[in-house]
Design a protein around this ligand. Sequence first.
Ligand code: UDP
Ligand code: MG
Length: 325
Amino acid sequence: MQPDSASCSIALGAPVLSVLVPVYNEIEVLPEFHRRMTAVLRTCVDTYEVVYVNDGSSDGSLQWLQQLCADDPDVALVDLSRNFGKEIAMAAGLDHVRGEAVVVIDADLQDPPELIPRLLEQWRAGFDNVYARRRQRDGETWLKKASASWFYRLIGKLSRVAIPQDTGDFRLLSRRAVEALRALREQHRFMKGLFAWIGYPSIAVEYDRDPRLAGQTKFNYWKLWNFAIEGITSFTIAPLKLATYLGLLVAMLAFVAMAVLIAKTLLYGDPVKGYPSLMCVILFLGGIQLAALGMLGEYIGRMFNEVKGRPLYFTKQYVPSRHAR
Ligand code: UDP
Ligand code: MG
């Protein structure tokens, strides 16, 4: 512990470990979460801070966290100006953590804090990105498991960086990995992709994912669908290529059909037929064109959002832990 140069005499310098917790309406689990978390941290590191990012909660989580901050100097609170979503909340947290290593963990106890000593072990062995891989997903529906698995398979095929399957955001990052992530200021943040994109030595630690302790998941299927589109469009331009190839293929088929039609007309004349084939072609082409336009739209919309160059988030209140004061 080296004293911080100027202003404040109680500053302790960087803690060994920062724990980053995005929180959105988690009052039912927060007390139990914090109890279990600190119990684990006390056993495995000398100094730590727990950085809670309140992502616009409306259920008293904020008040509880403010009280916690007042009682426990190892707790920091970043209170965002509204609900920005988990990905941005994590970005905000990464901007405020001070530790040599940083663990990102959900507040709902689906990610067991008891795994942290094993993550630290790999970090001490020299890995920058130690991600927790779930062996099984208890308490989740068949459909959620299946759709997640399809999604990872698809994005694995499409994207150049390998995005590990069955991993969430629960992981440990070294200081340089955190700095790398902080340099990526894009609005559309597909964190699982960004974690992989920065590179650095990575390793998996396996664990069993528990069901949510209490409260409700904030992700419904519509959100998950959007999340999947986010992942694909911010990590690959494969859909754009798909449009090109589909267009080429249809053009070729149309060309063949045209040749056949001309030949038939020349040979047998043209009694008034052709309504069905005409409709087929029009609808088919119309459909493909709309789909291709839609894909372009997805990318253009994202470009629009990036071009605006807005800050990722605004902070209403920041209470640093004693390590940063
Ligand atoms: N979360 C957040 N902002 C949001 C939604 C969720 O900070 O808009 C947090 C939430 O409090 C939890 C974590 O992100 O700590 C994971 O959320 P949840 O458990 O609802 O997701 P799931 O585990 O179902 O994927
Ligand atoms: Mg959860």
